[in-house]
Every structure is written in structure tokens, then in C-alpha cells.
Design a protein around this ligand. Structure first.
Ligand SMILES: NC(=O)c1ccc[n+]([C@@H]2O[C@H](COP(=O)([O-])OP(=O)(O)OC[C@H]3O[C@@H](n4cnc5c(N)ncnc54)[C@H](O)[C@@H]3O)[C@@H](O)[C@H]2O)c1
Length: 371
């Protein structure tokens, strides 16, 4: 019996749009998903751009009007990879017509808007998923299992950072990422390390943050000689306390010279420790207490760590960034078909956004903020 078709509408065809399109094209060849994704409509900023991108990415048609995509009866899932300020209006329109919404992080530009989106989705009973794809790594799942099993004892500390260098150049231009409405290193990549900390240790209850802007002005556009002030953080450090009693620190830094994808952390427990960096995403370090041989051992991703085996039957061949999106999309299609919840949903992404905002307030007020 052939599987039902699931119509995909994708808004945006940049870095993440291409990543989503790749995942929707690939997923049914790797996972036994409950429906066959059909790439129906791609929306972008104008008709010409959308038509070109639709052809390049395998969609049936393109439109310069995301409202037409949302209203299109052939679209069942609305995937949002447009700039952050567009997430809320697109999501609300999709929720209003009962469609599944797959939105990139950060969920919105403020926690208040993220809460409105969450409440609208919950009231309408639609499936939601937010693109915290780094949580889909089998090594992260393994870390969560090791922590939950008690193997490394009671968790006392989390030291995490998301550091990259894409804004290290003072001539890197403004973009939606530097828009004071929801931009900055903390919202852009700090949201990833916050979601990771919450996934592994649970809720964060208190924060004390310190933000810095290294480059006071940036060009208004690529190659422009006109410069405008930067009103968002390049780096934020925060002390954090968790509901489970652990404490630690988080850093978001998009001007971290020498770092390319250092979404990394070390978790300390009373009996052991774990360490991870996305720059070596197929490795999880587990501290072993064997007397005379104590030290970190490297656990390498392989078929013993589902769903690695869906991609490759042999260890050592390694998953990549785009594979995490394919795993995420497999979960999305299951949730869309009513076969259990996938996460993180809008509610969880709202909690992440609330934490981002608490850190921003803490920096402004130079004070600890309770969540
Ligand atoms: N999950 C991740 O790992 C990850 C990584 C990068 C970006 N992101 C998120 O994905 C989103 C997009 O980031 P990106 O790096 O792909 O940006 P991008 O600039 O590469 O792409 C944005 C796309 O949106 C389109 N767009 C702009 N205005 C539009 C409009 N009015 N209607 C329709 N389309 C419009 C642009 O033309 C472009 O195709 C952001 O929310 C970002 O935070 C997530």
C-alpha cells in the first residue's frame, strides 16, 4: 500500500532553507516514515527568487507571497526558514488554518511573541517543531541516557558554550542576525546551547549575564562603505543555576576567532563526567574512574547509537550536520501523522526564548534574574 503524501511548503531558501529541502528529499530513503513528503511550494522574498529556488531545490512551484503558500491546499506542513521577525506572522497564519508548523530557532523575536505563538498552537491543537537540530545527534541522546542512568552520579556542573567566528570580522555586514528585534549572538546561537543545557539537565531557574559588543559599527550591506551602529551582543557569558541543583556557565560568542562550530559542553557529576563538541560531533567523551587508568575515553558514533544505523551500517563513517536535520524531519513526519510527540515544540522553544530574555535583562540590570 502506498504511503499518504504530505505536502511541504518551505518559506526561505537560504542556508536553512536548503538544509530543510535536503532533509525532506532524503528522509524517506533512510527512515520508514508514515508519509511521503512532496515538495509543493517554496516562498521567498519575491517571485523571481522563489521560482529559481523552487527549481533548484525540487519544489513544484515558487511564490513571492508566503501567505499564498500557507493558504495553498496542497501544503500540509509549513516549514519556516525566513528571518526571525517573520516567524510569528507566518506561524500564526499556518496555525489559523490548522497546519503543522516546523519553525527555525529562535522561535520569535521576543518571549512575549513566542508565548503567543505557543498558546495559539496549543489552542488549535496543531503539531509544532522548532529546529534545535543539534539535539538530534545520537551522541547527545547517549549523553542524556548516561546522565539519566546515574552512571556519572549526581550532576553538579554544566559548562557550555556556542562559539563560532562568522562575525569576528568587523566588516561582516549587518543582517537579520544583528537586527535589534531578536538578533544578537545570544538569540542566534546562545539559543542552541540553552536548548542543549535544558535537554541534558532540565530547567534553568536563575541567570546572571554579561554581554559585550566588540564591533561598534558594521557595514549596512555586503561591500557597502556606509556603517551603522551595532545594537546587539557579539558575546554573552552567563552564570546559571538549574532546578536540579546543578550550576554552571554558558557562553554565546559569534566573534570567537579560531572557533567554527564549538557548540560544546562539559558536564560534571559526583562519579564521572561527560564532554562534547559539535566540531567532533561523532565523539562523546566519558570520564572513566578505573583506578590507575582514569581519564576520558572516546565513544565513537556507530550503529549501536540509533538512528546512526539508518544512515550507515558501519561505525567510524560519521554523521554530518545535514543528517541531524534529516533525523529531525523524520520525527516531524511521525508527529504530523499523530504517532507520538516530537520535540522541541513551541512550548519548549518559548522556554529557551524566556531564558535568552532573562539573560538580556540580567545584563542590563547587572543582577541575577529568576525565571
Ligand atoms: N538550526 C540551525 O542550525 C540554524 C542554522 C542557521 C540558521 N538558522 C535559522 O534559520 C533562519 C534562517 O537563517 P538562514 O541562515 O537560512 O538565513 P538566510 O539569510 O540564509 O536565508 C533566509 C531566507 O529567507 C528569505 N526571505 C527573506 N524575506 C522573506 C520574505 N518576506 N518571505 C519569504 N522569504 C524571505 C531570504 O531571501 C532567504 O532565502 C533563522 O531563523 C536562523 O536563526 C538555524
Amino acid at each position: 500500500m502506498s504511503k499518504p503524501e504530505i505536502g511541504i511548503g518551505l518559506v526561505g531558501s537560504g542556508f536553512m532553507g536548503r538544509c530543510h529541502a535536503n532533509a525532506f528529499r532524503a528522509v524517506s530513503g533512510l527512515f520508514d516514515v508514515p508519509g511521503e513528503p512532496r515538495l509543493r511550494v517554496l516562498a521567498d522574498a519575491d517571485d523571481a527568487l522563489a521560482t529559481r529556488a523552487a527549481q533548484a531545490l525540487g519544489f513544484e512551484r515558487g511564490t513571492g507571497d508566503w501567505r499564498a503558500l500557507v493558504a495553498d491546499e496542497a501544503v500540509d506542513i509549513v516549514a519556516i526558514t525566513a528571518p526571525n521577525v517573520l516567524h510569528a506572522p507566518i506561524a500564526h497564519a499556518a496555525i489559523a488554518v490548522g497546519k503543522t508548523v516546523y519553525c527555525e530557532k529562535p522561535l520569535s523575536t521576543t518571549a512575549a511573541l513566542a508565548l503567543e505563538m505557543t498558546q495559539a498552537a496549543e489552542a488549535a491543537g496543531v503539531v509544532t517543531l522548532v529546529g534545535f537540530n543539534f539535539l538530534r545527534n545520537p551522541m547527545i541522546k547517549l549523553a542524556q541516557q548516561i546522565i539519566a542512568s546515574g552512571e556519572i552520579g549526581e550532576i553538579t556542573g554544566f559548562r557550555g558554550r556556542h562559539a563560532e567566528n562568522y562575525m569576528a570580522d568587523p566588516d561582516a555586514p549587518h543582517s537579520f542576525r544583528t537586527n535589534p528585534q531578536g538578533g544578537g549572538a545570544l538569540a542566534d546561537i546562545g539559543s542552541h546551547i540553552i536548548s542543549m543545557a535544558r535537554y541534558l539537565l532540565g530547567p534553568i531557574t536563575e541567570v546572571q549575564a554579561d554581554s559585550r559588543t566588540f564591533h561598534a559599527t558594521r557595514p549596512t550591506a555586503p561591500r557597502s562603505t556606509r556603517r551603522e551602529p551595532v545594537k546587539v551582543d557579539d558575546m554573552t557569558h552567563a552564570l546559571v543555576r538549574f532546578e536540579n541543583g546543578a550550576s554552571g556557565s554558558l557562553e554565546a560568542n559569534w566573534a570567537a576567532t579560531a572557533r567554527t562550530m564549538d557548540l560544546s559542553w562539559e558536564i560534571t557529576g559526583t562519579k564521572g563526567a561527560l564532554a562534547f563538541t559539535q566540531e567532533r560531533m561523532n565523539d562523546l567523551q566519558l570520564w572513566s574512574a578505573t583506578p590507575g587508568r582514569s581519564g576520558y575515553i572516546r565513544i565513537e558514533a556507530g550503529p549501536a547509537h540509533p538512528p546512526y544505523g539508518a544512515f550507515c551500517p558501519a561505525p567510524g563513517h560519521h554523521l554530518g550536520f545535514n543528517d541531524l536535520k534529516i533525523i529531525e524531519v523524520a520525527g516531524l513526519l511521525e508527529a504530523h501523522a499523530g504517532l507520538g510527540a516530537t520535540g522541541p515544540d513551541f512550548r519548549e522553544a518559548y522556554e529557551v526564548q524566556r531564558t535568552v530574555e532573562a539573560m538580556q535583562r540580567s545584563d542590563e540590570e547587572r543582577a541575577w534574574i529568576s525565571l
